[in-house]
Design a protein around this ligand. Structure first.
Ligand code: F6P
Length: 462
């Protein structure tokens, strides 16, 4: 049996789990089996990027991490991964700040990751790389002679070829994808857009099964959506809603309905439009005044990236405007908090909320949508308002699906959700929950790893 080696930018090293783990790391943690190795960045910066990994073992899993130098962190993580690839792949060309030195830094860190990882690799290991930070990793490993089966999963969207073409040296990056044996996507749309780029920009043949005929190998592109452990999350939510914090939230509502949003403080999440939608809800449907509270949690994220820093005062102002305009001496309509909460606390909040508002402008999947569905009380469930541009909308068509660019449409969906009768809520939730149960972390991993283990080593010698 081959060992599975997971590689991701962030690694939830057990000692530092809470502080370090991003969404991806939390999602994958449930999937990592004893015997695996998980390799990536420690989440720390240091004077020098490490040349050797520091390894800790827990529960039979080895966690191997390296520190990044301040310059590498700035160029790789802030400059290129989150200053260029993130806005590009979320359709926000206007936010890209491309600098050649950032791209060089991105490539240098991938090269360093490969050098350190190569020392830990066994010939029969299968290597599964996650997300846009590490696209060139397989190519760097292959340059060092690694012949392992290697797969890549993109957690975020891909864009149409005409949008991808805006990326300087984008052809080289597309070529880097071709060093993998299997590439996975959250939705059919992301897969199709990627294959179009490969066909149009690289001029490789692409067949209808998602196989790319590259000069040196065949690459299989598959759709395998990520999921959560829904039963477990449901239990956590039941418990958490009855906890001291859950009860405090309930008491504070004094009978009002709760709407909730919980996101990283990220421009891709569509928060200004969501706030505008809430303002319109209160203006156009005044029956909700005094009868609803909207709790928006926005966990600070990537604050060194200027676009993220710029969003914070915008949201502060919009939240202040809404409360000044609509609030009463005994009612704060919008409870806006820019801080993170433990996942278990959020689970209870979701269960208490009558409406879950998940309206990103673009999102690879958005696991908050999954979590909101999982957290509901089946006998009296809440309603999910979901952006059509979240990957989750490909799977959850019983949500109230909205165009997140239209605050009026979001407001109308909020209105409908707040008024929806129990029968209709139960009908929708039953179907959403069934769908949720089919999207498990296990099926995600099994599907991807089977494809990877299946692939023959067809790669021709360089
Ligand atoms: O979903 C995209 C992603 O970059 C994940 O890889 C990560 O878990 C999450 O967003 C949080 O981002 P960051 O690691 O930059 O804090």
């Amino acid at each position: 049996m081959s060992r599975v080696v997971i590689v991701s930018n962030r690694v939830p090293v057990p000692a530092g789990r809470k502080a370090q783990a991003g969404g991806l790391a939390v999602a994958l943690r449930d999937a990592v089996k004893p015997g695996s190795l998980w390799f990536g960045w420690s989440g720390r910066t240091a004077a020098q990027t490490s040349e050797n990994a520091s390894v800790v073992e827990q529960g039979g899993v080895q966690y191997a991490t390296i520190d990044l130098s301040h310059d590498d962190y700035r160029n790789f993580y802030v400059g290129f991964a989150n200053g260029v690839l993130w806005p590009l792949l979320h359709f926000r060309l206007g936010l890209i700040e491309f600098r050649r030195e950032h791209l060089e830094g991105y490539r240098a860190v991938n090269e360093m990751f490969a050098k350190v990882l190569a020392k830990l690799l066994e010939p029969d290991d299968v290597v599964w790389v996650h997300d846009y930070h590490l696209i060139p990793l397989a190519d760097e490993l292959r340059k060092l002679g690694a012949e392992n089966r290697m797969g890549f999963f993109l957690h975020i969207p891909f864009v149409p070829a005409s949008v991808f073409a805006a990326l300087p040296q984008g052809g080289e990056l597309l070529n880097d994808f071709c060093a993998y044996d299997v590439i996975g996507f959250q939705t059919v749309e992301h897969q199709r857009d990627f294959l179009d780029s490969v066909r149009i920009i690289l001029r490789h043949q692409v067949d209808s099964n998602g196989e790319i005929a590259a000069p040196r190998s065949t690459i299989r592109c598959i759709v395998t959506p990520i999921g959560i452990d829904s039963r477990e999350f449901q239990h956590v939510a039941e418990h958490s809603a009855r906890s001291k914090t859950g009860l405090r939230l309930k008491d504070s509502l004094v009978g009002r309905k709760l709407m909730i949003g919980a996101d990283r403080l990220d421009y891709s999440k569509g928060l200004p439009n969501r706030f505008e939608a809430f303002h319109r809800l209160l203006t156009r449907f005044p029956e909700h005044r005094m009868n609803v509270s909207f709790l928006q949690i926005a966990a600070p994220s990537r604050e060194e990236v200027s676009e993220y820093a710029a969003l914070r005062p915008v949201l502060n102002r919009l939240a202040g405007d809404i409360n000044a305009r609509h609030g009463a001496f005994d009612w704060v309509p919008l409870r806006y908090m820019s801080q993170g909460f433990a996942r278990s606390t959020l689970a209870g909040f979701y269960r208490i909320a009558r409406v879950g508002v998940v309206t990103p402008l673009r999102d690879g999947m958005n696991l908050v949508a999954h979590e909101y569905i999982a957290a509901q009380d089946r006998t009296d469930p809440g309603v999910l308002v979901l952006s059509r541009f979240a990957g989750a909308s490909s799977y959850f068509d019983d949500a109230l699906v909205v165009n997140p660019y239209d605050p009026d449409e979001i407001a109308e969906a909020m209105h409908e959700a707040l008024l929806m009768g129990a029968n209709e809520r139960r009908r929708r939730h039953t179907r959403l929950f069934e769908r949720l149960l089919s999207l498990t972390v296990e099926s995600y991993c099994t599907h991807f790893l089977e494809a990877l283990l299946d692939c023959t080593k067809s790669r021709a010698a360089a």
